[in-house]
Every structure is written in C-alpha cells, then in structure tokens.
Design a protein around this ligand. Structure first.
Ligand SMILES: Cc1cc2nc3c(=O)[nH]c(=O)nc-3n(C[C@H](O)[C@H](O)[C@H](O)COP(=O)(O)O)c2cc1C
Length: 175
C-alpha cells in the first residue's frame, strides 16, 4: 500500500509534523513525503492514501500574500510564488476516490478560529476523496514556532491511528 504525504512549511514546524506523520505511516504504507510544489497532481493511479498539511495562515490555507508576509517575518525566501497546498489542491484532477486526511499547524491560542486542515478537508471532499479522520491541528507557541512539547509524538500517533482506520486494524495503544 502506498501513501502520499503532501506538505508545505514556511518556518519548518509543519515539515517536522509531516515527517512524524510519514514515520507513523511507515509500518503500514510505503510513504512518499513531498512538498506541495513538487507533488503530483494526477492521483488517479498508485495511491491508497493521501495526507495533506500546511500552516494555518489567515484562518485557512496559505496564499502567495501570506507566504510573503511569513518571509517578511523571517521565514526563508522563495516560497511566496511556489505552489502551496491551496494551489496544489486546486490543481489536483477531480473525482479521485481515495482515503484522505488533512492536518495543519496553528498558534496555540484558545478560540482562534479557522484552520488550514479544515479548509483542505473541504476541498479533498469536493474532489471525491474520503476523509478517514477529522482535520487535525498541531500547535506552535508563536508565529514562527516552536511546536509545543509532545506535538511531534502526537503527530506520529495520529498517523498510526489513521493507518489503522484505513486498514480496519486495531489502533496502536498509546505509549
Ligand atoms: C501571514 C500569517 C498568518 C497567520 N495566520 C494564522 C491564523 O490565522 N491562525 C493561526 O492559528 N496561526 C496563524 N499563523 C501562524 C502560523 O500558523 C504558523 O506560522 C505556522 O503554524 C508555522 O508553521 P510553519 O513553520 O510550517 O510555517 C499565521 C502566520 C503567518 C505568517
């Protein structure tokens, strides 16, 4: 079985979560972890699970203007005009009947509305993919991180539970 994990990251936090998710899937799937601007847009053949994640920007998925703002706040330059998950999802060909899931990172502030994962989930559903689990957010301390303690481990476990959901196996017990 093969899983595609598509991600974007400005400050590196979502990348760390994506790596942990790829790791958590490895017991069950052959995993391809890829940044959004290099991800395939034809999903018709070869995949058994698609997972997509990015940073929450302005209550949803990033766009060129928010990536520019992240660069102005110290993120490495060069991502502004590259495809993020929003642009990747817009380019994916429709009616793909695959299991899927979405995640994001967002600031650990209570009651801050909106998340990239919920917006990505909606797009996945509109494309015909079947969401296996609700959208999940992993939390960072400030605008540029770092991740809260334990979030990498939680991401790995989330991915193991997702794999169990896809295969119908019992989930891995918590460590
Ligand atoms: C332009 C911009 C807008 C943001 N908007 C939000 C937001 O609406 N909600 C939120 O929780 N975090 C917001 N953040 C914080 C990001 O979610 C945070 O930078 C991200 O999770 C870090 O992930 P990364 O290291 O992968 O880029 C914003 C950050 C930037 C740069």
């Amino acid at each position: 079985m093969r899983a595609l994990v598509v991600h974007e990251s400005m400050f590196g936090n979502t990348e760390k979560i994506a790596l942990a998710i790829a790791d958590g899937l490895l017991d069950t799937f052959e995993v391809r972890l890829v940044v959004a601007h290099e991800a395939p847009t034809d999903l018709a053949v070869g995949w058994d699970l698609v997972v997509v994640g990015g940073p929450t920007h302005a209550f949803g998925m990033s766009r060129a203007s928010t990536r520019k703002s992240a660069e102005e706040q110290g993120a490495p330059a060069g991502m502004q005009h590259r495809r993020g998950i929003r642009e990747w999802l817009a380019a994916v060909s429709g009616d793909v009947q695959l299991p899927a899931a979405a995640f994001d990172t967002k600031v650990a502030k209570p009651h801050l509305p909106g998340s990239a994962a919920s917006k990505a989930s909606r797009r996945l559903r509109n494309l015909g993919l079947r969401l296996q689990v609700p959208p999940e957010s992993f939390l960072v301390e400030g605008m540029s991180g770092p991740l809260l303690p334990g979030e990498v481990e939680r991401a790995r476990k989330w991915a193991q539970d997702l794999a169990a959901e896809v295969t119908g196996r019992q989930p891995t017990p918590a460590a």
